[in-house]
Write a protein that binds this ligand. Structure first.
Ligand code: GAP
Length: 507
């Protein structure tokens, strides 16, 4: 655990030092849970966004994209349930003065009980070796049974209390479980109260004519309210999808995990409209498709897992998370939700406009059901950074940090180095830069030794470095050095494009 915490700190420091992510308003000491992306970060983020868009829109003839405004009619958030239900239960500890999400305190308590169960299983596995039957052990071991019973009892109280907005019930649960503040160890808690996560602002210039509007807390509603426009203008037939990427805003209560939980972040969402009754089939389909997409980045499948929801959001009849093994533990990276006809139905009611689809095959009209895939771009960025960050000790005993990003996502594809700053080498190197930069993001550098330049590009994940030396002027060959193997080859200038292109196609 300490190692993982260490790793997380190292990734945050590396992200800043190498121009991936800076605290927002850094010269003013930052703004809590808001971050800016630097030159390498914005490039990596764009590449991830493009990769998602390609997989979802370009590769599906029945999915189209939109780019809706952040400001939306305030009634939309009433209809969607966000005004009334998009709130987290908040609790303060009077001694540490720290604020927590009350449900997360209870869930952390459950996680501790689950960890105890895992430990029992691990111990028994060691004791019994190959003959060990996990299921039988879980079904019969008294300590496992007792902890499972406790977990069930807690869930049985927590979820209905959350459902019914029973803040007193949640407070009672925290007291009964004797949950202490993780920092002060104190049980001196305030009452639990609801805290709406939406940011609001005023639209209009004069105080009396201005109306209160919200910064969207999810991009999905921009898709729902454009459903009819898109379906008609693109002549889409069910089943079909609408995709969108863009900023979302949430006034998160607890946000101290770098870009994992931000107050301003970016989502990549797709709503897939289907015939009522077929939603579970499509839910399963998108679960599998999205997992395949994650695995196509080359990250090992042991870093991902599904987590089916026990507690469903107000709009869902099935939901699962794709969790990723972040340095802070397995946490939600993407949500796949079966949202029924909740949103379109609510917008029909609140707007007074019919949002039905006439199905020629069934010869009837209905409000489509929706399967949603929703991933945080910043979380995907953090997943890629976490998986890529590698510390290596080389044969000569020196150390290097290398970001083993998939080449197609790397911010720079080719770094171009003249060996010396003289003898016509920079001019030749710039010729090669001009030749390649049409096709690839390139970086030209002539300062420092070649070794130092290699290290800098290892640290940002550049797959190839090309060095121009005196021999280049004679025979048009260069040295190309590959990031992961550090292998160097002498090749002709004409071969560079082919080698790099080939590598970028690897999935
Ligand atoms: N439209 C459904 C929706 O918004 P969600 O589970 O609340 O569902 C979807 O959010 C995804 O957005 C999450 O899986 C996560 O990747 C990302 N996300 C949510 N809140 C975030 C935050 N505060 N900071 C960064 N990413 C966040």
């Amino acid at each position: 655990m300490a190692n993982q915490e260490d790793l997380f700190k190292k990734i945050i420091a590396h992200a800043k030092e190498y121009g991936f992510v800076y605290p927002s308003s850094d010269i003013y000491d930052g703004l809590s849970a808001v971050y800016d992306y630097g030159p390498n970060g914005s490039e990596l983020k764009k590449n991830i966004r493009d990769y998602w868009w390609k997989a979802m829109v370009q590769m599906h003839e029945n999915i189209v994209g939109i780019d809706a405004a952040i400001f939306m009619h305030p009634t939309i958030w009433k209809a969607s349930g966000h005004v009334d239900a998009f709130a987290d239960p908040l609790i303060d500890n009077k001694d540490s003065k720290k604020r927590y999400r009350a449900d997360v305190l209870v869930e952390d308590h459950i996680a501790k009980l689950e960890a105890k169960i895992d430990k029992e299983i691990e111990k028994a596995q060691k004791r019994f070796g190959d003959a060990f039957d996990v299921q039988q052990f879980k079904d019969t071991n008294p300590r496992v049974l007792e902890n499972n019973k406790k977990i069930e009892e807690i869930k049985h109280r927590l979820y209905p209390a959350m459902e019914k907005n029973d803040m007193a019930g949640i407070k009672q649960l925290i007291e009964d479980l004797e949950i202490v503040d993780p920092i002060s160890g104190s049980k001196n808690w305030t009452e639990v109260r609801q805290f709406n996560l939406m940011f609001s602002t005023q639209l209009g210039s004069t105080a009396d004519s201005a109306s209160e509007i919200y910064l969207r807390p999810e991009t999905a509603q921009g898709i729902f309210v454009n459903y009819l426009n898109v379906q008609k203008t693109s002549r889409m037939k069910i089943p079909f999808g609408i995709a969108q990427t863009g900023k979302a805003f949430r006034n998160e209560i607890v946000a101290r995990q770098f870009i994992f939980r931000m107050r301003e972040f970016e989502q990549m969402e797709m709503q897939f409209f289907v015939q009522p009754g077929t939603e579970m089939e499509w839910f399963k389909y998108w679960k599998e498709e999205r997992m395949k997409w994650h695995l196509s980045t080359g990250i090992d499948k042991s870093s991902f897992r599904f987590h089916d929801h026990d507690k469903l959001a107000h709009y869902a009849n099935a939901a699962t998370d794709i969790e990723f093994a972040f340095p802070i533990g397995f946490k939600e990276l993407e949500g796949i939700h079966s949202r029924t006809d909740f949103d379109l139905g609510a917008h029909e009611k609140f707007s007074g406009k019919k949002l039905r689809y006439f199905d020629n095959e069934l010869n009837e009209s209905y409000i489509p059901y929706v399967i949603e895939t929703s991933i945080g771009l910043d979380r995907m960025f953090l997943a890629m950074m976490s998986a890529a960050y590698t510390e290596e000790t080389l044969e000569d005993g020196s150390e290097r940090v290398v970001m083993k990003l998939p080449p197609f996502l790397a911010p720079t594809k080719v770094a171009i180095f003249p060996l010396l700053k003289k003898d016509g080498l920079p001019e030749k190197a710039r010729e090669i830069l001009t030749m390649l930069q049409e096709d690839f993001m390139c970086f030209y550098e002539e300062k420092d030794t070649i070794g130092k330049r290699y290290r800098r590009h290892d640290a940002i994940g550049t797959p190839y470095c090309v060095t121009i030396d005196h021999q280049t002027l004679e025979d048009n060959t260069v040295t190309i050095r590959e990031r992961d193997t550090m292998k160097q080859d002498r090749i002709s200038i004409d071969e560079i494009r082919g080698i790099v292109s080939q590598r970028l196609r690897e999935r």
